[in-house]
Design a protein around this ligand. Structure first.
Ligand code: GLU
Length: 416
């Protein structure tokens, strides 16, 4: 069996070639990640190529978003190309195909002529399976449009050859394009690269991944408070199984282990709950000082919350996303209280004033004593102390909040 990757191979060159037609969705970014991991594992090159030849579908700002995602995730590329800057090369190859008699010029456009009665097949590196097509099932297709721009098929083949791409790792929605590409390689007298088609990611309901499954792009996830380390780890496991039940892995470990042989042939399922769990694990692993900068970067106004830094070690035990920090730490000011809860607030003020020392054990005993004495519930305690139905262990939170701060909060509650 052919091993498609081994650490000794140094000629590995792979590409991530998005079309700038919008913000790349999660599946697209996973493709970028797999190419990146494969390149780094093999000491090869990771190439970013903007495929902007379909002028009618260009979206302004899309190229910047593509770069923003890769930069934020630290998936740095070694070479950069933009297809619109390489038009003469595609034209030259289209002319060459016309001269060879395998392409014809129709009304301004150039079409590739599919040979009859041919079987086209390749050994796909995902699952090492042979995939075959009959040329008779494929129609002649346009390679150069009348506006002088190549179509995806020609540009992709010419560039993959010109850029000496060794492995084409892409989503399996491109499988039906591959026989066309192979015919183009043959017609141009080139060897084709190794193809690896990644099974498409599905939502938990086994339908195509979409926004209603919790995320459309990595930028959405960033805006929801997910850490890039967790997103990378999670995306890597969408289809890649490094063996064993290992789940939490840093990027260098992933690079060390990554192998196309370990990509599953079945569709991976995107489960936002799993990402939330993983993100929580990453938050707990993060040093407090680093977490502080991540929280502030995510929401600079957190700095206005009194003593916010002191809450970090406590809050991180409960956080799933960076967005949770505010909910856990900041009291809700406009919650209204019922009569029993107001009584509880009044009695807590009295009890807290008498405490000789402001320590969580004493706060806890005093609070529970008052709660039971007036027949209130724990939910009432949270409602009164934080304005929310639940939260951080209240006695630890109050210790940080301080005696004066807590009493003045309760006095505010009683004035409502
Ligand atoms: N431009 C194509 C895309 O948007 C590239 C597909 C390929 O990898 O060949 O994904």
């Amino acid at each position: 069996m052919v091993r498609y990757s081994s650490p000794q191979v140094s000629h590995v060159r792979v590409r991530f070639p998005p079309s700038p037609t919008g913000i790349p969705h999660l599946g697209n970014t996973r493709t970028a990640l797999f190419n990146f991991l494969f390149a780094r594992h093999n000491n090869g090159k990771f190439i970013l190529r903007i495929e902007d030849t379909d002028r009618s579908r260009l979206v302004k700002g899309a190229e910047d978003k593509i770069k923003e995602i890769l930069n934020w995730l630290d998936l740095s590329w070694d070479e950069f190309y933009r297809q619109s800057e390489r038009l003469p090369l595609y034209k030259e190859k289209a002319n060459e195909l016309i001269k060879k008699g395998v392409a014809r010029k129709d009304e301004g456009a150039v079409r590739f002529i599919i040979p009859k009665g041919k079987k086209i097949s390749w050994e796909d590196a995902i699952g090492n399976k042979k995939i075959s097509f009959k040329s008779d099932d494929i129609e002649d297709f346009i390679i150069l449009k009348s506006d002088g721009y190549p179509t995806y098929h020609l540009a992709s083949v010419v560039d993959d050859s010109d850029m000496k791409i060794s492995h084409v790792i892409r989503g399996d929605e491109w499988i039906s394009s591959t026989p066309k590409h192979i015919l183009l390689y043959e017609a141009l007298g080139w060897q084709h690269p190794i193809f690896a088609h990644l099974p498409v990611i599905l939502g938990p309901d086994h339908t195509k991944l979409s926004k209603r499954h919790g995320a459309e792009s990595v930028l959405d996830l960033r805006d929801k408070g997910f850490l890039k380390e967790a997103i990378i780890n999670f995306m890597a496991l969408l289809g890649w199984n490094p063996g064993g039940d290992r789940e939490i892995m840093g990027i260098s470990e992933m690079i060390k282990l990554f192998d196309l042989q370990d990509i599953n042939t079945g569709s991976p399922i995107f489960d936002i709950k799993k990402l939330e769990w993983m993100n929580g694990e990453y938050i707990r692993k993060t040093q407090n000082s680093k977490l502080k900068s991540q929280i502030l970067e995510f929401d600079p106004k957190i700095a206005q919350i009194e003593k916010f830094e002191q809450y970090i070690p406590l809050a991180k035990t409960r956080m799933k996303t960076l967005a949770d920090f505010r909910v856990l730490v900041e009291n809700q000011k406009d919650a209204s209280l019922n009569e029993r809860q107001k009584k509880l607030a009044q009695e807590l003020v009295n009890a807290y004033r008498k405490l000789p020392e402001w320590k969580s054990a004493l706060i806890s005993t005093a609070t529970i004593g008052v709660r039971d004495q007036i027949g209130a519930s724990t939910q009432d305690v949270y409602a009164v102390l934080t304005g929310r139905p639940q939260g951080l262990p209240f006695e630890q939170k109050l210790e940080i909040q301080g005696q004066a701060g807590t009493i003045s909060w309760l006095e505010g509650v009683l004035k409502r």
